[in-house]
Design a binder for this molecule. Structure first.
Ligand SMILES: [Zn+2]
Length: 323
């Protein structure tokens, strides 16, 4: 069963889509919340395939197979779980003209279709121009700017809204209530963020402190504020360095126009907002410095001093970059 099926089946946007005429269509679902995308499209497929009167009936063979992730007429890509490749589209083409096995529809779901390269997109485009009857192609997309306009125009586009607070609370109702309220507030309607936040408190706090440091460390007046916050993470100093490294690497990728490779996609907007403060060279220097600091940490140096000197270095590089 899709993990958050109960929430999604009652979601207003989901109900709205299901009310429409859904015969043989291509869909593009868009939001930055990958967890919502995956569960939304799975629930959608279950609804389409159900042969019961009130859908999903949870009793017919299709529903039972969907609950076990074992429906032969539903194919989920990418097969490598990373990037959509031309081989995934080839697999779709091999199967889309065949008769469905257990139902009367063939359904193809692409998770993170934004990762598909031009070759894969062009190949899919040919099918989207004239898809066989009773086939459904669902593209889950976190970054629509990576999708060919010709693909966009052939799909029914649905921009998924963040879940409401009530939906979020019921999605995680088995979690400890004290944690839950906090995580739901910060996640702002994103299942993906909430999962991350609920699974690892330490990670969340440290990540937040690191991100805020990058977003707000404008000059030396702010140094004490952030260095004392990060010093509170003393036991996690390596985690602090890892998170910094991943965030600065993302900033560098943005500078190099390789946004699709950014790891912290959920924070892309925030990263974009500070990326003007650096040039490629300064980011390269900072990443080297972090790497160096990790080496020193291995030799058991005073962690407080390491963080202070790293933050000072970042300020210095930013200052030189402004001149
Ligand atoms: Zn059913």
């Amino acid at each position: 069963m899709a993990e958050y099926e109960n929430v999604i089946l009652n979601n207003l946007q989901f109900l709205e889509i299901m009310r429409e005429d859904l015969v043989g269509n291509s869909f593009l679902f868009e939001t930055q919340d990958e967890v919502l995308l995956e569960n939304f499209s799975k629930s959608f497929a279950k609804f389409l395939l159900c042969s019961g009167k009130i859908k999903p009936c949870n009793e017919c063979i299709s529903c039972l197979k969907m609950d076990k992730d074992a429906h032969s007429d539903v194919r989920i890509y990418p097969k490598n779980n990373k990037n959509v490749l031309v081989d995934d589209v080839k697999d779709l083409i091999e199967n889309i003209f065949l008769k469905p096995i257990e139902s009367d529809k063939n359904i193809f779901i692409f998770n993170e279709f934004s990762s598909a390269n031009l070759q894969a997109q062009n190949k899919l485009l040919k099918i989207l121009e004239e898809p066989p009857k009773n086939s459904y192609i669902i593209l889950n997309v976190t970054n629509p700017s990576k999708i060919l306009p010709t693909i966009m125009s052939r799909c029914k586009k649905v921009r998924l809204k963040p879940l409401s607070k009530g939906e979020m609370l019921s999605a995680f109702q088995n979690k400890e209530i004290s944690k839950l309220e906090n995580a739901v507030e910060i996640a702002q309607g994103s299942l993906q963020k909430a999962e991350l936040f609920l699974n690892d408190d330490v990670f969340l706090q440290t990540f937040k402190n690191c991100l805020n440091t990058i977003l707000e460390l404008k000059d030396s007046r702010y140094l004490l504020k952030f260095s004392s916050k990060l010093r509170a993470e003393k036991d996690n100093i390596l985690l602090v360095l890892e998170i910094f490294e991943s965030l600065f690497r993302d900033l560098l990728l943005i500078k190099l126009d390789k946004e699709s490779l950014v790891k912290n996609k959920l924070h892309l907007k925030e990263l974009l907002s500070v990326c003007e403060e650096y040039d490629g060279d300064s980011l390269d220097k900072i990443i080297r410095k972090i790497f160096e600091t990790k080496k020193i940490l291995e030799s058991n140096c005073n962690a407080d001093m390491l963080i202070d000197s790293l933050l000072l270095y970042i300020l210095e590089v930013k200052y030189l970059c402004r001149r």
